[in-house]
Design a protein around this ligand. Structure first.
Ligand SMILES: [Fe+2]
Length: 95
């Protein structure tokens, strides 16, 4: 894969993640989720890391370990530890 294709792919990933987080935050806001600000802070940290990776790739300073680490933190840690915490609340239960 050449650099241009990689940047396009990384940019698509960033757009999807941003869209997903925004949708999730809107749902949490609509349901009055009490930990919304803390959850947004988690999202902001992940958004920042993704943006950093994009800049690193643009300026040829890309750390090849950065993307799999972010994927692991996003999917395994964030989804498992943070997103599943609000599943019951949004479904009508409590936190
Ligand atoms: Fe989340």
């Amino acid at each position: 894969m050449n650099k241009s294709d990689f940047l396009a792919l990384l940019n698509d990933l960033a757009s999807l993640v941003h869209e997903h987080f925004e949708t999730e935050e809107n749902i949490l806001r609509e349901h009055g989720y009490p930990q919304l600000k803390a959850h947004q802070a988690e999202h902001d940290a992940l958004r920042g890391r993704l943006t950093d990776l994009l800049y690193e790739a643009i300026y040829d300073r890309f750390d090849t370990n950065g993307l799999p680490q972010l994927a692991r933190d996003l999917v395994l840690n964030h989804v498992r530890d943070c997103d599943l915490a609000f599943k019951g609340f949004v479904a009508g239960g409590s936190v």
